[in-house]
Design a protein around this ligand. Structure first.
Ligand code: FMN
Length: 324
């Protein structure tokens, strides 16, 4: 099985990715949070910084683009090709209320004819530049029955890979993934299929492999934010686990401090980080509150020392909070 780190806007930027790669080597690919071009610029400075080769070392990064305009996609692809990238990913999954009404992300799935024309132009342009295009898709907006039509469209193009997050837009990140539609994708897709959604523990990955032996790639998001070593070949014992988690945390924290966008921003980023990371610690709610309340770095550091110093590690992260 190949393992991909899912793109997660606001969390899995280059500081996070490099720390993860250093502490938990072995992921096959990392996907960048989406780049959202417009008719004037391909990328803003934050987006460009995130994909610059000097910020990503030898890490296998696939930049992701969110747009419904072929022209904007191709201009961005050209800039990415200049940086040395050979694959780009199209976001057809974002469920956000600021994206969907513009017909982007999962909002694009409501316009299959337009999507077809977009893919035709984009795949032709990409091929001329020697760049592969992969797609990360949901099943549709509100109606699973429309997925076969979308798959028929994807099958017309030489996509490098089809990453399927088998939910509808209306599911957001809740509810269980719709595995029957995923099975349909595995049977019918011309492109190799990668599974994404709710892989939170090793046994989830094992049961995916058992159920879909032909699926050779899995993308993980929230599971890896809570248990960053989830895809590591040989899990160590609790003490080693704790030491590596501490090292990982410290690298992320130091990384944000180094790019020095102010203590307030560092705290904001670390609070987002802890929303998931605390789930591996038993009884972490109280200290999570303390972390969230921290107004100064020194308060934050005290709370973090308390987490690492006092809370037992769970064998697997408790992500039940995501179901509420
Ligand atoms: C905070 C957050 C940010 C996300 N940002 C992106 C993004 O930029 N691009 C994307 O394709 N998906 C994004 N996603 C979706 C994830 O990549 C993934 O598809 C989703 O979380 C399901 O996988 P999981 O159950 O393994 O987390 C985001 C999800 C979350 C929770």
């Amino acid at each position: 099985m190949k393992y991909y780190f899912a793109p997660m806007e606001g969390i899995t930027g280059y500081v996070f990715r490099n720390a993860h790669r250093a502490c938990y080597p072995g992921m096959d690919k990392y996907f960048s949070p989406f780049i959202s071009p417009n008719s004037n610029t391909c990328m803003n400075s934050r987006e460009r910084n995130d994909v610059l080769p000097e910020h990503n070392g030898s890490l296998e990064l696939i930049p992701q683009i969110l747009t419904n305009r072929a022209e904007d996609f191709l201009r961005t692809l050209e800039e990415l090709a200049d940086y040395g990238y050979r694959e780009v990913n199209l976001n057809l999954g974002c469920p956000s209320g600021t994206v969907v009404p513009k017909g982007k992300g999962s909002g694009f799935l409501a316009f299959p004819d337009k999507l077809d024309a977009f893919l035709e132009e984009v795949c032709q342009g990409a091929e001329e530049k020697g760049i592969s295009v992969s797609v990360k898709t949901r099943l549709g907006l509100e109606d699973e029955e429309k997925f076969p039509r979308l798959l028929e469209i994807y099958n017309r193009y030489p996509l490098k890979e089809l990453i399927v997050h088998p939910r509808l837009r209306i599911d957001y990140y809740g509810k269980f993934p719709r595995m029957e539609s995923f099975a349909y994708a595995v049977r019918e897709s011309r492109a190799p299929v990668c599974y994404n959604g709710n892989l939170f523990a090793r046994r989830d990955i094992e049961s995916l492999s058992a159920q879909f032996p032909d699926v050779k790639a899995a993308m993980l998001g929230r599971g890896l934010l809570a248990s960053p070593g989830l895809c590591a070949a040989a899990p160590g014992g609790e003490e080693e686990d704790r030491r590596t988690m501490r090292r990982f945390h410290d690298m992320v924290y130091e990384g944000y401090r180094e790019i020095s966008f102010g203590d307030k921003n560092v705290l904001f980023k670390m609070k987002e980080f802890w929303f998931f990371f605390i789930r591996r610690f038993s009884g972490g709610e109280k200290l999570l509150k303390k972390i969230r309340k921290a107004q100064r770095l020194s308060d934050y550091e005290t709370a973090v020392d308390m987490v690492f110093g006092s809370l037992p590690l769970l064998d697997e992260a408790d992500l039940s909070v995501l179901e509420k």
